[in-house]
Design a protein around this ligand. Structure first.
Ligand SMILES: CC(C)(COP(=O)(O)OP(=O)(O)OC[C@H]1O[C@@H](n2cnc3c(N)ncnc32)[C@H](O)[C@@H]1OP(=O)(O)O)[C@@H](O)C(=O)NCCC(=O)NCCS
Length: 167
């Protein structure tokens, strides 16, 4: 059901059972996962994996698992995400700490943004993050993102909303 995308270095594929260990270790690491809802115990991490699979069934889009083509290593996730109760969809990402700053989130984002505009036919792909999440903010800016709103979200936090241009 989940379409596969390829970039120069990455395969973006649907989640598989063996991805669980990567989810478990990422969410067990408080520093790595704090900006992404962590830390979480192994049971909760498994449920996030199940949610990622279910999101595709419920919405017709979702997060992909990111696999380095050269090594087969699964290093995180990226995709389009819209949990019930949130006003609109967003581009979202997580990368395991050892694989950060290699441009993988940027590379996957470009494929995900193109998927939003070209395959899903969206008129706007956007993202948002907590004010203190500098890596995510800088990533959104590197994608050409521009702040179009400041908005109160259902979790009680107010965030800037970035419009991401067609690539
Ligand atoms: C945000 C995150 C996904 C970035 O992943 P990444 O693979 O390291 O990002 P990239 O290597 O593709 O970086 C692309 C650009 O983003 C910016 N960026 C990424 N990490 C950064 C950091 N720690 N500090 C400053 N800028 C950063 C830079 O502009 C970078 O380009 P450059 O390396 O040429 O300067 C990663 O830090 C992460 O998983 N964070 C925890 C989860 C999270 O916060 N998700 C977003 C929730 S809203």
């Amino acid at each position: 059901m989940t379409p596969q995308l390829e970039t120069k270095r990455l395969l973006l594929r649907g989640q598989e059972p063996e991805d669980y260990a990567v989810y478990r270790d990422f969410f067990a690491d408080a520093d790595a996962s704090r900006a992404y809802g962590g830390p979480l115990d192994a049971d909760r991490a498994w449920r996030i994996l199940a949610t990622d699979i279910g999101h595709w069934a419920l919405r017709g889009f979702g997060r992909w698992s990111l696999v380095i083509k050269a090594s087969g290593e699964m290093i995180g996730g990226c995709g389009l995400w819209w949990p019930e109760g949130y006003p609109r969809s967003e581009l979202t990402w997580w990368i395991v700490p050892a694989m950060r700053r290699h441009g993988y989130a940027l590379e996957a984002s470009r494929a995900a943004v193109r998927f939003g505009y070209q395959t899903l036919g969206w008129s706007l792909v956007e993202t948002h993050m907590k004010d203190d999440n500098e890596p995510a903010r800088r990533l959104a800016e590197k994608l050409g993102g521009e702040v179009i709103a400041r908005e109160l979200f259902p979790d009680g936090l107010t965030r800037n909303v970035y419009a991401l241009p067609r690539l």
